[in-house]
Design a protein around this ligand. Structure first.
Ligand code: NAD
Length: 169
């Protein structure tokens, strides 16, 4: 059985990691979609698809679990999005998502859609982690240590802070 899980992973955090651990007990293989792959260098989507790929692959390296990471650009056409995803990925039997739009689109096409359990949603949240980065608060404990290394390597926190700078003076 092959599962499909898509996320923006901006950044990949411990909540994301926990759901992958759970899903790995239910499926033989997992396809991890890098959603909004075309986006980067904005306050909501600071990291590139490639940066998000290394966050995930470095974190999952120590686990002997078969998975495929596939970058998936957004399209302005929700009604055909599932067919578009199918055209880019290996076939899959079950979809995991807590995102209402993702769940709705796959359910309408007849997929079994499972909702992963939420882990510490108030802190394991991309938005909260990006806010902490911007405001100089502690964020490192909310992501796997491999993700801390990737964000340091690309100077990600300073990227977010530079993006916040105004061009008004
Ligand atoms: P996300 O990174 O916010 O979340 C990824 C998954 O992790 C989700 O299922 C979410 O419920 C889960 N999660 C987050 N925090 C968690 C926590 N603390 N504990 C447990 N689970 C947690 O990504 P997302 O917003 O779900 O990504 C969906 C992607 O699909 C986006 O890139 C979106 O643009 C794309 N999409 C595109 C189209 C289109 O192009 N037309 C349509 C639908 C969706």
């Amino acid at each position: 059985m092959r599962g499909f899980l898509i996320g923006r992973w901006q950044p990949f955090h411990k909540g994301h990691f926990s759901i992958i651990e759970e899903i790995s007990k239910e499926v033989d293989e997992l396809i991890i979609g890098i959603g909004s792959a075309q986006k980067s260098h904005t306050l909501n989507d600071p990291f590139t698809a490639g940066e998000r790929i290394i966050m995930i692959t470095k974190t999952l390296k120590k686990y002997n679990f078969p998975y495929y990471v596939i970058p998936i650009n957004d399209i302005e056409f929700n009604a055909i999005w599932v067919s578009y995803v199918e055209a880019l990925t290996p076939p899959f039997d079950v979809v995991y998502s807590g995102n209402p739009l993702v769940r709705e689109l796959f359910m309408e096409k007849g997929y079994t859609v499972k909702k992963p359990k939420l882990y510490n949603r108030s802190e394991y949240s991309g938005r909260e982690i990006r806010r902490r980065m911007l405001e100089g608060e502690r964020w490192e404990h909310l992501v796997p240590e491999e993700v801390v290394e990737v964000i340091k390597e690309i100077d990600g926190v300073n990227r977010i802070r530079r993006l916040m700078e105004s061009d008004y003076y």
